[in-house]
Design a protein around this ligand. Structure first.
Ligand code: NAD
Length: 358
């Protein structure tokens, strides 16, 4: 048994179909909140306004200027809105970008965040914040940004378009897979991650037949919660580092990039990560986990390679050094520049991950 340290994170989670409609007022009361800064994008606002109807008199201000990857100027505007409204809580209703904007407010104000996620990003259970300035993304960890309460309501995710559902769900699978070898891995994170994969794959397998199916949506959201929880304590491994650099350098869509790259990192690490491989195999119900994951992606219409996202092959050389500089030193298979190049060329072309490096 390897020694480990596990830093458990506080937070109250309320989960259930319809929970956002029935429980939000009570949760605000538990936080002692009277003046709400609501954060929601324009497309999330219809849902958010309905949810806030029972306590409309407490909504002191609404901020809808959310942008992907939380540009610093957006963070500043949201902070000003909180101050002007004399808010005593930030209520975020939306995806990872919306949660991220609420976190940016909490980072400087210390205001509690009540998060109502509408995608499978998982940010609502992590103490990690991220912001971008002039195209460079900075991330940090601070307990102040960890939402005090999360209300998970699968009904809110039925409007999520299928392409986003798939990409966001596979992004959550990536959180789980990496928890087995990320820097702060532990038996607790691995147990959560294994179960997370099981729920996510169950939801992803049935969701395309009926996008509004409450069972599939519930499985996906529970899986997303578990994935975020595993990621929050285990940290980012090689896969997340690669996607972070690619996203920042070429402005690639976050979730789709994850969905494409994951089988390649899995194929790279699997020969040296026996326990992870066994557990992922058990959760996926497949002996060949790389093939299993690729088949799932193909069935769900994931683009076959990074080239389909607009990246060019010559872009690869420009990011190898940056990835190598932040790759975890204890990645199961050492992340050499040669190895990274092989991963990226195969992932760019959409080649068979188990085949010879391109
Ligand atoms: P997103 O929040 O950018 O949302 C994508 C789009 O979907 C937006 O246009 C949004 O308005 C729309 N949308 C959201 N919910 C919807 C719904 N139910 N119905 C219809 N449309 C809906 O994307 P995301 O994938 O949720 O989040 C990605 C961001 O989260 C990235 O910036 C990533 O870095 C961050 N993230 C952070 C952490 C962390 O721990 N800090 C973890 C995971 C992701």
């Amino acid at each position: 048994m390897n020694p480990f340290t596990y830093d458990s994170l506080p937070g109250r989670v309320v989960f259930g179909a319809g929970a956002a409609r029935s429980e939000l007022l009570g949760e605000l009361d538990l936080l002692g909140a009277q003046r709400v800064l609501l954060i929601a994008t324009d497309s999330e606002r219809r849902i958010a306004t309905q949810l806030c109807a029972p306590f409309a008199d407490r909504v002191a201000a609404t901020f809808s200027g959310v942008r992907p990857h939380v540009p610093v100027e957006v963070a500043e505007l949201a902070r000003k809105a909180a101050t002007a409204a004399e808010a005593d809580v930030v209520l975020s209703v939306g995806g990872g970008s919306t949660t991220g904007t609420a976190k940016a407010v909490a980072l400087t104000s210390g205001l509690p965040v009540l998060a109502v996620p509408t995608t499978y990003a998982g940010s609502e259970v992590t103490p990690v914040w991220g912001m971008t300035e002039q195209g460079r993304k900075t991330t940090g960890t601070d307990r102040r940004v960890l939402p005090k309460t999360v209300v998970y309501d699968p009904e809110l995710t039925t409007s999520l378009p299928m392409e986003l559902t798939v990409a966001s769900g596979l992004n959550a699978v990536a959180h789980c897979v990496e928890a087995f070898w990320a820097p702060r891995r532990s038996p607790v994170a691995s147990a959560i991650a294994e179960d997370g994969i099981r729920h996510l794959v169950s939801g992803l397998t049935t969701i395309t037949a009926d996008p509004a199916d409450p069972g599939s949506r519930g499985e996906l959201l529970l899986g997303a919660y578990l994935a975020g929880s595993a990621f929050a304590v285990a940290g980012s491994g090689l896969h997340h580092k690669i996607c972070h650099v690619l996203g920042g350098a070429f402005d690639l869509p976050h979730a789709q990039t994850h969905a494409i790259v994951l089988p390649y990192v899995l194929a790279y690490n699997a020969p040296n990560a026996g326990d992870a491989t066994d557990r992922i195999s058990r959760a996926l119900g497949r002996t060949d986990i790389v093939e299993g994951l690729r088949e799932l992606g193909a069935r769900l219409g994931v683009p076959a390679g990074l080239r389909e996202l607009g990246m060019t092959e010559s872009d690869i050389d420009t990011v190898i050094e940056d990835i190598a500089a932040i790759a975890p030193a204890d990645n199961p298979t050492p992340a050499t520049e040669e190895g990274l190049r092989a991963i990226l060329h195969s992932a760019w072309a959409g080649a068979d991950p188990a085949g010879p490096a391109i």
